[in-house]
Ligand binder design. Structure first.
Ligand SMILES: Nc1ncnc2c1ncn2[C@@H]1O[C@H](COP(=O)(O)OP(=O)(O)OP(=O)(O)O)[C@@H](O)[C@H]1O
Ligand SMILES: [Mg+2]
Length: 255
């Protein structure tokens, strides 16, 4: 029987949430509205790999590599130095490449092979999707990309932008992205008692048990860190949480 090999994600608490880390060869989608830390998640995943001797490629769609590198410095991640040491590559997928036709995402494979990368991040795949062809071509193209990664034993993280800040999630894409990926991690803003909190949940993970709880997380100068679950609240995925009946009762009793 084939045993699955697990990769440490580098994000404190996420290995526990995913039943021991990401599965080698799998593709994980990280969805979230602006500023939830998608880019940071992706970089942190690559930094963990590098610390274990696995090189990585960060594909930035549209956003300038210089900006990614200077933001990364906030967390003490020196991408320029790591690039010079051939431990990572920042690859810029520009709009011209997207409009030129073909399958621009396949161009990443040369870079991936050039440094023998083991971890690859595409940030954000949603922007790529907006620029490329019709939904059927797009799905076929992404499917081929994801399969190539799997067959080569590469582990892939795709980030996905959700336009609404607070939203009841009903679907992720209209070209089947949620079915192409093996694992989906959802980042959300939640309003609780007039405060905005950040929440994380693992929506699906093929071939693995995983945490079903919705947890808090924070971003500090060390990156993303998972915290405790939201106790005593319901309706978190709707973006506006309410106290559960039991919690409201306990608090009324205390008063
Ligand atoms: N040094 C830091 N300490 C604490 N929080 C930070 C620090 N640097 C960044 N952040 C937080 O991280 C957020 C940005 O993270 P990131 O760029 O990874 O998000 P994103 O989801 O990729 O955003 P976008 O959708 O705009 O691309 C900021 O909004 C800020 O709240
Ligand atoms: Mg980003």
């Amino acid at each position: 029987m084939m045993t699955t090999s697990r990769l440490r994600t580098g994000i404190a608490g996420l290995d526990e949430m995913t039943g021991g880390g990401f599965i080698r060869g799998d593709t994980t989608l990280i969805t979230g509205p602006p500023g939830t830390g998608k880019t940071t998640f992706g970089l942190q995943f690559l930094m963990q790999g590098i610390s274990e001797g696995e090189s990585g490629v960060f594909v930035t769609v549209e956003e300038m590599p210089q900006k990614i590198a200077s933001d990364a410095m906030n967390f003490g991640w020196d991408l320029k130095r790591l690039e010079a040491e051939k431990k990572m590559r920042l690859f810029h997928l520009r709009s011209e490449m997207l409009q030129a036709g073909g399958a621009p995402i396949m161009q990443c494979l040369d870079i991936v092979n050039a440094i023998g990368a083991k971890r690859v991040v595409v940030d954000p795949i949603s922007l790529y999707s907006l620029n490329v062809g019709n939904p059927t071509d797009l799905r076929r193209e992404l499917y081929a990309f994801v399969n190539y990664m799997k067959e080569s034993g590469l582990t892939l993280v795709l980030t996905h932008e959700v336009p609404d800040i607070i939203t009841r999630v009903s679907r992720i894409s209209d070209y089947g992205l949620e079915f192409i990926v093996d694992c989906i991690i959802m980042l959300q803003y939640v309003e609780i008692e007039s405060e905005i909190r950040r929440s994380i949940s693992v929506l699906k993970m093929r071939g693995s048990d995983h945490d079903k709880a919705i947890r808090r997380y924070k971003i500090t100068d060390r990156g993303v860190e998972i915290e405790a679950r939201f106790e005593g609240y319901e309706g978190i995925m709707s973006g506006t949480a309410r106290k559960t009946g039991a919690q409201a009762f306990i608090e009324a009793f205390k008063r």
